[in-house]
Design a protein around this ligand. Structure first.
Ligand code: PGA
Length: 234
């Protein structure tokens, strides 16, 4: 109790997050663990389908997802914006175009995440609602691999803005100006309704609610770094 007051909370914190949250969650955890050195963290990074299964099985203290969980009896709190963008290599001709229609975009080859990915689900829903289907050139189970495939010239990709922190900064990948994009979504932290949260989990939830917005905007850069400053390539 006295330790709690001093900010020296003890205990384990078990988290499951979707892959795109890995660009800002470790920094938030770093701040939290510096303030609470007695806390031991286990972090699972996986896709939406697996996070939902873990949430259903009450396997973690807290889960972080890219959009609210559907059809589950959970408490979910929005903690930051999570826009999805259509990304192209820096020299793609469509970067010159304004207000590109979803019909035109659906003619382009895409590199998509695996089924079970929240990013893939959101992308497919957007185009299906317009009677369109994306042309899949390649399926890849990793956001990092997808960015390299776009840089390699294999096609376009739809990814969370948060995945862009470094490649966007170097100017290697750029968002296309497509009608309906960025697709606005919100990061959610969730746990099963009725679950008794530990003191550590409560404290981390509060930390997320207070700091996630700024951390998601800054990406994985250290505090104080200017995320907008262009970096010269070596
Ligand atoms: P994913 O989730 O890693 O399953 O694609 C990310 C998201 O929904 O934003």
């Amino acid at each position: 109790q006295l330790d709690d007051l001093r900010g020296l909370r003890q205990g384990r914190l078990k988290l499951a997050i979707v892959s795109t949250a890995q660009y800002f969650m470790p920094r938030l955890l770093g701040e939290f663990c510096t303030a609470n050195p007695g806390v031991e963290v286990a972090l699972t990074v996986t896709n939406r389908q697996t996070v939902l299964a873990r949430l259903t099985g009450n396997e973690d203290d807290l889960c972080v997802l890219g959009t609210p969980p559907e059809g589950l009896d959970v408490v979910a709190t929005a903690i930051a914006d999570n826009p999805l963008a259509i990304l192209a290599r820096h020299d793609h001709p469509l970067l010159q175009a304004d207000e590109i229609s979803p019909q035109r975009i659906a003619e382009e080859p895409f590199i998509l995440r695996e089924p079970g990915s929240g990013t893939r689900l959101a992308a497919e829903r957007f185009f299906a609602a317009r009677g369109l289907r994306l042309k899949m050139r390649m399926e890849l189970g990793s956001n990092e691999a997808i960015k390299q495939a776009v840089i390699g010239g294999l096609g376009l990709a739809i990814l969370s803005r948060d995945t862009l922190a470094l490649e966007g900064r170097f100017g290697l990948l750029k968002p296309l100006n497509v009608k309906g994009f960025p697709l606005l979504r919100q990061w959610q932290v969730a746990y099963p309704r009725g679950k008794h949260l530990s003191v550590v989990a409560e404290a981390f939830l509060e930390h997320l609610v207070t700091h996630a917005r700024a951390a998601a905007l800054a990406g994985p850069l250290p505090p104080g770094a200017d995320s907008m400053a262009p970096l010269a390539l070596p």
